[in-house]
Design a protein. Structure first.
Lengths: 500, 313
């Protein structure tokens, strides 16, 4: 058995009003992939922020190679060889790959930056992560998967012995995940200790060696990675979850949303489909297949060149969000924090955003009415909060998503487009979102759901549409949609041509 | 302290600072706490405060308006020119002067919303344009204000200065707009997250027009108040006042990154600046040192706010 490199003992951290960590132990060995599992709010983020020097523990200690260490700043973490790759990357988009890799300590000659040496070093690092990339390329021109590889290379440049990865697979497609895994395995074999956070249970057995489960700020178990998924879920939520995808299909009614021949140069082409009342239509495909672009065009957030969108028989003008909303369309965007929420505003403000116009009479807003409506919908959705005045920034991902969906429920839309509705949300909250989708369709709403999570899009959709390279390449009824059939469609036309 | 008192203190830090400042000055100078001196402070604060209320709208949307000082001067010059030089009835001249302020704001907003210029650049251009137009119209010389309008610079009953009343009224209008109206609530949403606001159906560009138009309108009022006090409109009046206005907004707790700010906070911010200047005068601190002190206060106010926010996260 390899030796222990990092040990965490009895870590506690209290924030105003919350006990974020209440006794966490963790033991990490060299050359292992140690999965950190837990619902959102269980304390994973707090723990890794302590290991990376962003927070300081109130109690407990961190030992590296058996010696107690203080990780007070990001610089401390770097010196100790602990590197963290967050979901939001620490890369400067305007600088090149090489400059990012050398950030803060570029090779110098006669006081000037030695560009040649910088690029040579960058190439060596990129080679180690198997990335064939020109170091002169600007970071901003790369896709998410390659940015992530550059982040890993950056960690290697700092001679990281402990690499913490916060949900690295959340934004990747299946083939990108495979590539990431092979690099993680290679680093593991080189002796790097890796802390790996994921919400995808099926990834644990594939990539992990051991699993530490966090629940309510405590480490509740350390189990081998081949533990059954049911058991992991039970450990994580403290109760068994009967059904991961509790879809209750309805008898579909009339077509509420009709899209015909929709196209925009360079983005998508000839997209036609309909969504009927009571139906959940899934939109599957690889990242970059054009699904989000189509959704935004339908909603009027972006323009389109050809085709037509009709809601309940009435055609919509292109590029007009207001008209789309008036017709009964709603969009829950893929980027919850960037596009769905005003993070610095409170829950009541966010819930009232869509209905602000309806609640205004002669320019004046009925704020007490707005607040009452917000309280009602927050109760319905089971938003866990200290009160309507809580800033949404401080809510967990699942509760934030409930707020985004809630603002559309208040507007009483007939067609709701959900773009990656459960990305970065823990298992328990996911099921709550699914039940919400069920109750929407039960009351005659139509749902169009974009999801890169294959089991989810298959489990929750009544029909699955598959997009590839900007086109609809197939439609599968619920019975015929499997991971294999959907993936086969998603990659057919794009093999070898995938660009980031 | 209970947590509620703590929250109150952290949200009203500027008010606490103002009270501390006033208490300190009343101990240091026996003249400070007299009614006439306090009303004098109010008059000193009025123009900055009115400009700052307008700037509050803009700053809440994460914008900035550098043109308010120039727009104030242009509006006052317009009023004086139309009524004194051209002989237009003063009510009509006043309405046109206010409209000039609004139009300047709309021009700013058009450049920002539709031309996609950064607010800093668009309003910097307007700073030059409005000041230049004021000089062109007046040919560089002061113009007498019509008597009827000049009364705005007077007092009621010999002691209550009208500029103070105008300041309070404009402050109340700003508070009602921010708290109770659609444009006000939309400003917070746009400043907090413009894309989320747009995807929630708020017509962002239209609301920006409203925001900058309000800023221009408030600037026009400020310009008229200032000219009334001096009984003449001066083309170089209110130069640099935009920076005082921004300082008042920021001291009052608004964030330049948007989504945060209150009319009352701005009011307190403007009073802090005026009290500070008044107190330093009473203590015979040289005008040169006053600038240093005020600069330090602005930095401190924002620093304390930033540190507090960081510790609460």
């Amino acid at each position: 058995m390899s030796e222990e490199i990092l040990r965490v003992e009895g870590l506690r951290k209290r924030f105003p009003g919350v006990l974020a960590l209440d006794g966490v132990d963790l033991s990490l060995r060299t050359g292992e992939v140690h999965v950190l599992l837990g619902e959102n709010g269980a304390g994973k983020s707090t723990l890794i922020k302590m290991l990376s020097g962003a927070y300081h523990p109130d109690e407990g200690r961190i030992l590296l190679d058996g010696q107690p260490v203080e990780v007070r700043t990001a610089g401390d973490a770097q010196r100790l060889g602990i590197a963290t790759i967050y979901q939001e990357f620490n890369l400067v988009p305007e600088l090149t790959v090489g400059e990012n890799l050398a950030l803060g300590r570029p090779p110098r000659r006669f006081g000037f930056i030695d560009v040649k040496a910088m690029h040579r070093q960058a190439r060596e690092l990129l080679d180690r992560v198997g990335l064939d990339l020109d170091p002169r390329r600007r970071i901003g021109t790369l896709g998410i998967a390659r940015m992530q590889m550059v982040e890993i290379a950056k960690a290697l440049a700092l001679n990281a012995r402990v690499l913490i990865m916060d949900e690295p697979t959340a934004v990747l497609t299946t083939s990108e995940v495979d590539k990431l895994f092979s690099i993680v395995r290679q680093l593991r074999d080189e002796g790097v200790a890796i802390v790996f956070i994921t919400h995808h249970l099926e990834e644990i057995a594939q990539i992990g060696d051991r699993v530490t489960v966090l629940r309510d700020g405590r480490s509740v178990a350390e189990v081998p990675a081949n533990t059954a998924e049911d058991e992991l879920v039970r450990l994580m939520v403290g109760r068994p979850i009967d059904q991961q995808y509790p879809r209750e299909p309805e008898q579909p009614g009339r077509a509420l949303l009709k899209v015909s021949g929709l196209g925009r140069r360079g983005a998508f082409d000839d997209v036609s489909f309909e969504v009927r009342a009571g139906e959940v239509v899934g939109l599957a495909g690889l990242v970059g297949a054009g699904r989000t672009e189509v959704a935004r065009a339908i909603f009027g957030a972006d323009r389109y060149d050809t085709g037509e969108v009709t809601v309940d028989g009435r055609p919509l003008p292109a590029g007009d969000i207001h008209a789309a909303m008036a017709a009964g369309l709603g969009l829950v965007p893929e980027d919850r924090k960037g596009q769905g929420l005003v993070l610095g505003a409170d829950i009541a403000e966010n819930l009232g955003l869509v209905t602000l116009g309806d609640a205004s009479h002669g320019g004046f807003v009925d704020r007490s009415g707005q607040r009452k409506a917000a309280a009602k919908v927050a109760g319905q959705l089971g938003v866990r909060m200290s009160g309507l005045g809580q800033e949404v920034r401080t809510l967990s991902g699942g509760n934030q998503q409930k707020v985004v969906i809630g603002k559309w429920l208040l507007a009483d839309v007939s067609v709701l487009i959900l773009d990656e509705p459960t990305r970065g949300i823990d298992v328990g909250a996911k099921v709550e979102i699914y039940q919400l989708i069920n109750s929407l369709t039960a009351s005659g709403h139509a749902v169009l759901m974009i999801s890169s999570d294959l089991p989810e899009v298959i489990g929750m959709s009544d029909r699955v549409l598959v997009m590839a390279r900007g086109r609809l390449v197939g439609e599968l009824p619920a019975g015929e949609a499997t991971q294999d059939t959907v993936m086969a469609l998603a990659v057919t036309e794009v093999e070898g041509t995938r660009v980031q | 302290m209970s947590s509620r008192t703590k929250v109150w203190f952290s949200e009203n830090g500027a008010l606490v600072a103002l009270v501390v400042l006033a208490v300190a000055l009343s101990l240091l100078s026996s003249d400070f706490l007299s009614v006439s001196n306090l009303l004098n402070v109010g008059v000193q604060a009025a123009v900055t405060a009115i400009l700052a209320f307008g700037a509050t709208f803009v700053i809440i949307t994460a914008g900035i308006d550098l043109s308010v000082g120039s727009v104030a001067a242009l509006s006052a010059i317009t009023l004086a020119y139309l009524s004194t030089t051209s002989g237009l009835p003063w009510p009509l001249a006043t309405v046109i002067a206010l409209a000039v302020g609004v139009v300047c704001g709309l021009a700013n907003a058009a450049l920002i919303a539709y031309g996609k210029l950064p607010p800093f650049i668009a309003t910097l251009a307007m700073l030059g344009i409005a000041r230049g137009l004021a000089l062109v119209i007046s040919q560089g010389s002061p113009i007498a204000m019509p008597d009827a309008v000049s009364h705005v610079g007077d007092t009621i009953g010999g002691y209550l200065p009208i500029p103070v009343i105008v300041m309070v009224v404009m402050g109340l209008i700003a508070a009602v707009i921010l708290n109770r109206t659609y444009p006000g609530r939309a400003m917070y949403a746009i400043g907090g997250n413009e894309e989320a606001a747009r995807l929630s159906g708020i017509k962002v560009n239209r609301q920006k027009l409203v925001t900058y138009a309000l800023s221009g309108g408030f600037a026009a009022v400020a310009g008229i108040v200032l000219a009334s006090r001096l009984a003449s409109a001066q083309p170089q009046a209110a130069a640099g006042y935009e920076l005082d206005a921004i300082a008042a907004v920021v001291i009052g707790g608004a964030s330049l990154s948007g989504g945060k700010g209150r009319a009352f906070g701005t009011f307190v911010g403007a009073l802090i600046l005026a009290v500070l200047r008044n107190g330093l005068n009473l203590l015979s601190v040289s005008a040169f040192w006053q600038q240093v002190v005020i600069g330090v206060v602005i930095a401190l106010a924002v620093l304390v706010d930033t540190l507090r926010r960081r510790s609460s996260n």
